[in-house]
Design a protein around this ligand. Structure first.
Ligand code: CA
Ligand code: CA
Length: 107
């Protein structure tokens, strides 16, 4: 049992360090919120690499690959409402700012 504890101690220390880091991140986030809400993230603009105002399969794949997540199976069924193989700004249900990309260009 003593040997088990000695073997486990580096792992337990690592776990404690991870917990501290998670706690620190949480504290920083709370401070940021109390200072005033940040502008809403615009994921649509981040994913729309070529800026044509629609998200195609290559852009979606690239975004999820960058995030280290597989593309959700239901994504295209739920987001591409007219089934044209692209997700328009209107179809996109995630955080996307307050105006479609074309509206900003008109200003
Ligand atoms: Ca695009
Ligand atoms: Ca569509």
């Amino acid at each position: 049992m003593v040997i088990f504890h000695i073997l486990m101690s580096p792992f337990l220390i690592l776990m404690n360090v991870c917990s501290s880091v998670i706690q620190l991140n949480f504290d920083v986030e709370v401070v940021a919120i109390s200072d005033g809400p940040p502008p809403p993230p615009n994921y649509f603009a981040q994913i729309d690499l070529n800026g044509d105002g629609a998200l195609d399969k290559a852009e979606i794949d690239a975004y999820f690959e960058k995030m280290g997540h597989p593309v959700p199976e239901e994504l295209w069924a739920s987001e591409d409402k007219n089934g044209d193989g692209k997700i328009s700004w209107e179809e996109f249900s995630g955080p996307k700012g307050t105006e479609p990309p074309s509206a900003k260009e008109d200003l």
